[in-house]
Design a protein around this ligand. Structure first.
Ligand code: PLP
Length: 220
């Protein structure tokens, strides 16, 4: 009898299938396992299964969980996917390997300085408020070129764009728009797609999918 597939195996299979349909190589898409709110005991099985790329949305929570896990699994890559306050830039640069939420000039300045100080330059995604929603984080579409210019001037390596589409609307048009914006600005990376829509995002060019619930179950 075969063992039932784990959530990681199932998610990997779904990603592989979407890549195949889209005629993309599997290694063109990075699965970021979003472990926010989940304790180390729930993260370890994925590490044991060989998964190494994780996402957290809060600096403090990541500081509490990851140093110990990383001692055991040194090649782990940690992505910050949540909003970052400028006064946490030093801590974020020390702990994370990639930041997906660069969305304003003040943060460009803070991160540029933090990277200078640390002598460590992290790849970043510029987060775009793709649905032009009032309460949502992210840079307005019209402001993307200027923010990219500021990031370049601060020597921040911007590798792509990131978005969280509006809730409860078909996300595909927003993924297509982010893909176009990335192309127009000469950027390779597209961080888009979560548990409910990552296959659609892959069909539309996602290079990084951020998947929590499908891997870890519902957050408490
Ligand atoms: C929590 C979170 C995710 C993962 O969402 P799921 O629906 O649980 O897959 C992805 N991206 C961001 C920015 C998040 O905060």
């Amino acid at each position: 009898m075969d063992e039932p597939a784990t959530p990681l195996e199932e998610t990997e299979a779904r990603i592989a299938r979407a890549c195949k349909i889209a005629q993309r190589k599997r290694d063109a898409v990075t699965l970021i396992a979003v472990s926010k709110t989940h304790p180390a005991e729930q993260i370890e099985p994925l590490l044991q299964a060989g998964h190494r790329v994780f996402g957290e949305n809060r600096v403090q929570e990541a500081q509490e969980k990851w140093p110990a896990l990383r001692e055991a699994y040194a090649d782990t890559e940690l992505h910050l996917i949540g909003q970052l306050q400028s006064n946490k830039a030093d801590e974020a640069v020390a702990l994370f390997d990639c930041i997906h939420s660069l969305d304003r000039s003040s943060l460009v300045k803070a991160l540029g300085k933090a990277m200078d100080k640390a002598g460590r330059r992290l790849p970043c995604f510029v987060q775009v408020n793709i649905g032009a929603e009032e309460q949502k984080g992210g840079c307005a579409i019209a402001d993307v070129p200027a923010l990219l210019g500021q990031a370049r001037a601060a020597d921040i390596p911007v590798v792509g764009l990131m978005c969280i589409p509006p809730l409860e609307i078909e996300p595909a048009p927003f993924f297509a728009l982010l893909d176009k914006l990335a192309r127009d600005n000469g950027l390779e990376g597209r961080s888009m797609g979560m548990s409910s829509d990552f296959e659609t995002a892959i069909m539309l060019g996602a290079t990084h999918v951020r998947v929590g619930t499908a891997l870890f179950g519902k957050r408490g």
